[in-house]
Design a protein around this ligand. Structure first.
Ligand SMILES: [Mg+2]
Length: 243
């Protein structure tokens, strides 16, 4: 990564760039009460997000064109996102999207809104149809041994930090806490704000991307002591509720 960049923004997708969570909306729409049981177990931290993904995807019809067109119909981009991307480009910062959602809707939605080419990189999961026409989750960016996340956002944040550049993390979900805990400034809303309080992580509350444009740049921070996982080690921390 080129050293001349000002900073790197890591942006979650569902519920952050989009106002709703499309994986959750698809699972709710097609899964009904079976999905609600999975959601309850996830919210009680009985299953990690990777398990949530594989269980929720089994409830979806194995028709990626249908799922993609539903997602495109339902998606709405949060105010200020386009302006934020222009701002980041002007100030010479990188924008990386890191999501535990899926490629069948993320890139098409970004393209539909005319912003895909303004994003420097997209890390996300994939989904494919198996031999028996069942849907399978592929997690090309998962940690080698940690069972918690589908996409190890913490590893992506740490890789940027190793270049010496400060990271601003923008998210809304409880699972964002792992990547966020390695960043130099956390912009949190929704469940991420709640878990930041729970784990004593300092954060800035945000509601739209105009807030992110106005956020002060952070100093580079050593997060090794306070971070919630070990992406360069075995992932989950010993004796720590990470699911
Ligand atoms: Mg989210």
């Amino acid at each position: 990564m080129a050293a001349e960049y000002e900073c790197v923004y890591f942006i979650d997708f569902d519920g952050t760039i989009t106002t709703g969570d499309l994986s959750l909306e698809l699972a709710t729409y097609y899964g009904g009460s079976a999905y609600r049981e999975i959601e309850k177990r996830y919210l009680r931290r009985e299953i990690p997000i990777r398990e949530w993904l594989s269980q929720a995807v089994r409830l979806l019809p194995p028709d990626l064109d249908l799922l993609s067109s539903k997602s495109l119909k339902w998606a709405a981009i949060r105010p200020g996102f386009k302006e934020f991307l222009d701002f980041a480009r002007q100030e010479n910062s990188l924008v990386i999207v890191a999501s535990d959602g899926f490629g069948f809707y993320i890139e098409p939605i970004l393209k539909e809104y005319g912003v895909l080419e303004k994003i420097d990189y997209v890390y996300r999961n994939e989904i494919m149809t198996g031999r028996n026409n069942e849907l399978k989750v592929l997690t090309p960016h998962a940690h080698a041994i940690c069972p918690v996340c589908g996409n190890c956002k913490a590893a992506h944040v740490v890789a940027v930090k190793e270049t010496g550049k400060p990271v601003i993390y923008v998210g809304d979900g409880s699972n964002d806490r792992f990547g966020a805990s390695w960043s130099d400034r956390i912009c949190a809303r929704g469940k991420l704000a709640e878990v930041c309080k729970e784990f004593n992580l300092t954060y800035s509350l945000w509601s739209d991307f105009y807030d992110i444009i106005n956020i002060a740049k952070p100093d580079f921070k050593d997060c090794a002591e306070t971070a919630l996982c070990l992406p360069r080690g075995k992932g989950i921390k010993e004796g720590f509720d990470n699911s």
